[in-house]
Design a protein around this ligand. Structure first.
Ligand code: HEM
Length: 457
C-alpha cells in the first residue's frame, strides 16, 4: 500500500533582519545556515536581502519542483542578476526557449559522443600525471582546475591542444569567471564601469575571450564540422521563424558551457583526493582496484566496469560536497508544492548540500562512506534526495561527461601517484559560485608510473 505524504509544512527561518533578510547568514556561514533550515519546516521562508524565497527542504518537493520545469521555471533574485551577464544561454533560458536550445545541444552529449571526449580526457590526464615528480608539493585544486579547463575547452570547441584559441581561452577565462561572480554577488552597478585596474583587467579578459571564441566560430562557419557542438549551434534554426542563432548567441552558449564544466569537476576531484587521503580503508581498496584494472596506464571508458569503487567514491564526494550547491526557481502560475499552496511569482531555492546532509535520508551524513552507493542502498532512496546534477529536463547536460571525466581522472591519478596533504592541513570548504576546497597542497609519492616518464624514480 502506498501512503500519500502529508502536505509540506511551511516555516520561517529565525534571525532575519529588515531589508537584509538572511543575507548575512547566507554570506558568512551558508552551509550551516542551510543545514539548520529543515528544523523549521519543509518549505522555509528566508530573506535573500529584501526578497523572500522558500527553501525546499523535503525530497518529494524538490523532485516535483525539478520535474515540472514549466511551473517552476528558472528565476529568482540572484538568477536575474546572472542573466544580465550570461544572456539567454541554456542554463538561463526560460522554459520555452530552453526546450528548443536543449534539443539543439543534447546530441553533443549522447553516450556515443562521450567516447570521443574520453580521448581528450585521457591525453590531458596523461599530460598532467606525467609532469609531476616524486616529492613534488603541489596545489591539487589548481592542477585539477587546469586539467578540467583544458578538457572541457578542447571538447566543447572541438580543438586540438596546440590551437592558439584554446591557449587564449585558458588565459582569460579565470579572470572573466571571477569578475562575473563578483558582479552577481556584489552588484555595485556603475562602480564596475570605473577605470580601476581590476575593471580594466576584467574587460581586457572579456575582449580576449570573445575574440578567441569568435575566431573558432568563423573557422567553423568556413569549414563546418559534422558533430561538434559549435557546428550544431551554427546549424540550428528557430522552429517558428527559421532564423539561425547569431554568432553572439553561439558564443554565449559556448562560454557558459565551458564555464559550467571545469570548476565543478575540478573541485569534486580535489575533494575526492582529500577524503581519500584521510581514510586508509577507502584508499587501500581504491589502490587495489586501480592496480588490478590499470596497472599504471591511463584509464579509458573500457575500464569503467572494473572501477566500481572509484565510481562510488565520486558519488559519495558529490553527496558530501555537491559543487552546484544552490539554485533558484520561480513559480510561473498559482500552484501547490508538495500540497502547500504557492502564488505565482514565488521564489524558491533548492540546495543539494541541504538535501544530501539530512540524517533521515543519509544516516551519519558527515561520514565519508562510498559503500552507501551499493545498488541496494541507492534503490531505497526517495526521489529528489540525491540531486548533485539537479533533475528533470534542466538536469545538468554534462552529467555523463563529468562522471566519465572524474572517474577516468581519479583512477589514473591514483594508479600512478599517492597524494599526501601537509601534516597539519585541515579541509576548509570554500563557498562561492561552486563549493570547493580552495588551495589544497599535497605531496606526490610515485606508485605505478608509465614507462618512459621520469616519475618512476
Ligand atoms: C561535478 C560536475 C558537475 C556538477 C556537480 C554539475 C551540476 C549541475 C547542476 C546541479 C545543474 C542544474 C542547475 C539547476 O537545477 O538550475 C547543472 C546544469 C548544467 N550544467 Fe552541470 N554540473 C557539472 C558538470 C558539468 C559539465 C562538465 C558541463 C559541460 C560540459 C556542465 C554544463 C551544464 C549546463 C550547460 C547546465 C544547464 C542545463 C540546462 O539548463 O539545460 N556541467 N549542472
Amino acid at each position: 500500500m502506498t501512503t500519500t505524504p502529508s502536505p509540506a509544512r511551511a516555516g520561517v527561518a529565525p534571525g532575519g533582519l529588515p531589508l537584509l533578510g538572511h543575507a548575512w547568514q547566507l554570506h558568512a556561514r551558508p552551509l550551516e545556515f542551510l543545514s539548520s533550515l529543515p528544523a523549521h519546516g519543509d518549505l522555509v521562508r528566508i530573506g535573500m536581502g529584501p526578497w523572500p524565497a522558500y527553501v525546499v527542504c523535503r525530497p518529494d518537493a524538490a523532485h516535483q519542483m525539478l520535474t515540472d520545469s514549466r511551473t517552476f521555471d528558472k528565476g529568482g533574485p540572484f538568477f536575474d542578476k546572472a542573466r544580465v551577464l550570461f544572456g539567454s544561454s541554456l542554463p538561463m533560458a526560460p522554459w520555452r526557449e530552453h526546450r528548443w536550445q536543449r534539443r539543439q545541444m543534447q546530441p553533443a552529449f549522447q553516450p556515443g559522443r562521450i567516447e570521443g571526449y574520453a580521448v581528450v580526457m585521457g591525453e590531458e590526464v596523461n599530460r598532467m600525471t606525467t609532469s609531476w615528480r616524486p616529492g613534488q608539493r603541489l596545489d591539487v585544486t589548481a592542477a585539477l582546475t587546469t586539467l578540467t579547463l583544458r578538457i572541457v575547452t578542447r571538447s566543447v570547441l572541438a580543438a586540438e591542444a596546440e590551437d592558439s584559441a584554446v591557449a587564449e581561452v585558458l588565459e582569460s577565462l579565470h579572470t572573466v569567471i571571477d569578475g562575473i561572480y563578483q558582479r552577481v554577488m556584489l552588484p555595485l552597478g556603475p562602480l564596475y564601469r570605473l577605470p580601476t585596474k581590476a575593471n580594466r583587467r576584467y574587460r581586457r579578459a572579456c575582449t580576449r575571450l570573445h575574440r578567441a571564441i569568435d575566431a573558432i566560430i568563423a573557422e567553423r562557419r568556413a569549414k563546418p564540422g559534422e558533430h561538434d557542438l559549435v557546428s550544431m549551434l551554427l546549424n540550428a534554426h528557430d522552429d517558428d521563424t527559421g532564423e539561425p542563432m547569431s554568432d553572439e548567441d553561439v558564443r554565449d552558449q559556448l562560454m557558459v558551457m565551458i564555464g559550467a564544466g571545469f570548476e565543478t569537476t575540478a573541485n569534486t576531484l580535489a575533494f575526492a583526493l582529500w577524503l581519500i587521503s584521510q581514510d586508509t580503508g577507502v584508499r587501500e581498496r581504491l589502490h587495489a582496484e586501480v592496480d588490478a584494472t590499470l596497472a599504471g596506464r591511463t584509464a579509458t571508458p573500457a575500464d569503467l566496469d572494473g572501477l566500481a569503487h572509484t565510481q562510488r567514491i565520486i558519488h559519495e564526494v558529490m553527496r558530501m560536497y555537491p559543487a552546484g550547491w544552490f539554485f533558484t526557481r520561480v513559480t510561473t502560475a498559482d500552484t501547490t508544492l508538495a500540497g502547500h499552496p504557492l502564488p505565482k511569482g514565488t521564489a524558491l531555492l533548492y540546495s543539494a548540500y541541504l538535501l544530501h546532509h539530512q540524517p533521515d535520508l543519509f544516516p551519519d551524513p558527515e561520514r565519508f562512506d562510498p559503500d552507501r552507493w551499493a545498488a541496494t542502498e541507492v534503490d531505497a532512496l526517495p526521489r529528489g534526495a540525491h540531486v548533485p546534477f539537479g533533475g528533470g529536463n534542466r538536469k545538468c547536460i554534462g552529467d555523463q561527461f563529468a562522471l566519465t571525466e572524474m572517474t577516468l581522472a581519479l583512477a589514473t591519478v591514483c594508479a600512478r601517484w599517492e597524494l599526501t596533504p601537509d601534516p597539519e592541513a585541515t579541509l576548509r570548504v570554500r563557498v562561492r559560485g561552486t563549493l570547493g576546497p580552495g588551495p589544497l597542497h599535497m605531496t606526490c609519492t610515485a606508485r605505478n608510473t608509465p614507462a618512459g616518464t621520469e616519475a618512476s624514480g
